[in-house]
Design a protein around this ligand. Sequence first.
Ligand code: KG4
Ligand code: ZN
Length: 348
Amino acid sequence: MIILSIETSCDETAAAIVRVKGGKVEVLSDIVSSQIKMHSRYGGVVPQLAARAHLRNMVPVLEKAFRKAGVPKNKIDYIAVTKGPGLIPALMIGVNAAKALAFTLDKPLIPVNHLEGHIYANWLFKEESDLYSLKKMKFPVLCLIVSGGHTQLVLMKENMKFKIVGETVDDAVGEAFDKVAKILGLGYPGGPLIEKLAKEGDAGKISLPRPMIGSGDFNFSFSGLKTAVLYASQKAEKIDEKYQRDIAASFQAVALDVLVSKTFKAAKKYKVKNVFLGGGVSANKALRKALKNKFEKELPEVGVAFPPFKFTTDNAFMIAIAGYYHILQDEKIEDWKKLSADMNLRLK
Ligand code: KG4
Ligand code: ZN
């Protein structure tokens, strides 16, 4: 089966073509055109600019994906596209491109939730370059989604069935990384820059609150933490490189502490067999290490695994994988003519 997938929920215009056969996935092409450079000037993603760039890049990205894959257009069996959540003007470009292709090629169109993509990136086991096998999953699975737009703990008892057991009540953790970077006058996206600085900083130097760590539920809050960083920086005598390192380390330690602590408690409560990470912040090595250490020490029977680094930030390959599981469920595929983008799409 050959799947073409399209992703335009935020600031990456992406298309992938994959072949799935006998539990193995071959990446025939995986194209991501990033707009990071353009948005970094503004310190964050500007939705209208993103939409215009998607419109400019969509066809060239699709052309490149087909050229690289060497697959004639009519050999595609399914088209999968990100329906939401995300920036509405951005999502609309991908959804419309997918509808036009479904119409002209007369192929079924599968709407995919962007977060399903981040979750299913964990199902990939690398066999060799561009070849992955799909893990035979033991449920229940708990996935901590940590991206620029979301912080959620998602429980799965079977494939494609999701229950959100906790989520942020304000900012997403990726957003907090980005805002802290902005406060410190660093670039965008802030996550990788904060991680790099934090490596050389002293996490005990600046005292910051651990929001909602003892709240008794699985919800998160990162807005107050970001403000605490702002106040601490305003009080600081000077913001030199040493201060930047220490505050980055202090912020990251506190944020990861809350994420790991709540994930651990939820894993215990729901007696899960596997814990995964999804979304851009899952690229953070300190988070991976902290989560792995906590479970190895205190709950070693739970498997902790992460998506391949390459597929942690937004890409279309993960959308194809989630699309494949939709197809496996033999779901009634929505009439493509009625498909529209949904910026607030929830996992269910
Ligand atoms: O999943 P993603 O690519 O886009 C959304 O769906 O939001 O996530 C982007 C987010 C940004 O906030 C970025 O700062 C964060 O992921 N991020 C990181 C790291 N790499 C990306 N945060 C912390 N550490 C990183 N290494
Ligand atoms: Zn994402």
